[in-house]
Design a binder for this molecule. Sequence first.
Ligand code: 1CP
Length: 341
Amino acid sequence: MPLIAAATGKTPARRPVWFMRQAGRSLPEYRAIRVDRGMLESCFDAELVCEITMQPVRRHDTDAAILFSDIVVPLKAAGVDLDIVPGTGPVIASPIRTAADVAALPRLEPEAVGAVTAAIGLLLKELPPTVSLIGFAGAPFTLASYLIEGGPSRTYENTKRIMLGDPDLWHTLMGRLADLTIAFLQAQIDAGVDAVQLFDSWAGTLSEAAYEAFVAPHSSRVMAEIEKYGVPRIHFGVGTGEILNAMTRVGTDVIGVDWRTPLDLAAQRVGRDVAIQGNLDPTALLAGREVVRGELSRIVAEGERAIAAGTPGHIVNLGHGVLPNTEADAVTHAVELVHSL
Ligand code: 1CP
């Protein structure tokens, strides 16, 4: 599997590429399947999860499939009252802000995500042997931001107010969320995924000092538990240029980099023990084939420079997810380019 080779310092048979949010609204076949089904409903239907996960692999010939799910799926499975609202994202019915709210947070029993693990079983039968299946979970900080804010946020003001102002409550909540993340990742690894990605999408809102004090201990515990299973771990967030080194130190095999930080600079920042993943700006896919060719050539060259200097490998990806307005053909073309460069 080219992705696993790149993640573990071996030489891949071809340059591996996959895209975050490669399943989803950029694909007509996804839009068709979702017309009469809600997002969460789809995430708890094993056959649908398998089909939607396969769609980008069939169409684009990516080197990995990412399980079609969402970071709030384990919260929903555990019994948290929430929905994924079209055009908005996750919305929590009763945001968590007090010690009593935290104490009432339910635990995740592996049986509650039986649809997810069943989908993994179906996918392992369908995926070509060279295509890796990536499982994932939200990291404690990013999950906490949704639970505390009640939905998407620009400022994370309630989250940071509790984090800075009530560290005891904060660490109790983060500990509970780390347990949930570990349980969800363990269930996926037991079911057979080849690699896992921990999405700390919004950790880039923190200073390095705040990340170290309030987030790193909990993400470290997640990564240490997962290391026991021997599947490669990928750690990713948006706008994390200044905390890349801290995010690497919590323990990972691959660090995801967004488009703001050149890959060779990112590799210097994180040291030479981890592979790098990224980092095409998702908007480049809206700007035409010449732009994509230019950007991907630069990114591949930066990756090669990093590898020449000792980085174990490079997995090509976007710096964040495929935007819904992206033409599916633009994605297929980008994958072809990466394989031909
Ligand atoms: O109806 C729809 O189609 C809703 C759009 C959608 C989709 C397709 C949401 C709501 N989630 C998803 C799937 C999803 N979510 C995947 C699919 C697998 C793939 O990549 O192909 C993954 C990996 C996620 C994980 C996820 N959900 C993250 C981490 C990744 C990232 O983008 O940073 C986050 C932050 C979420 C929350 C979320 N769920 C949905 C939306 C629109 C959001 C973001 C809301 C916000 O801006 O805060």
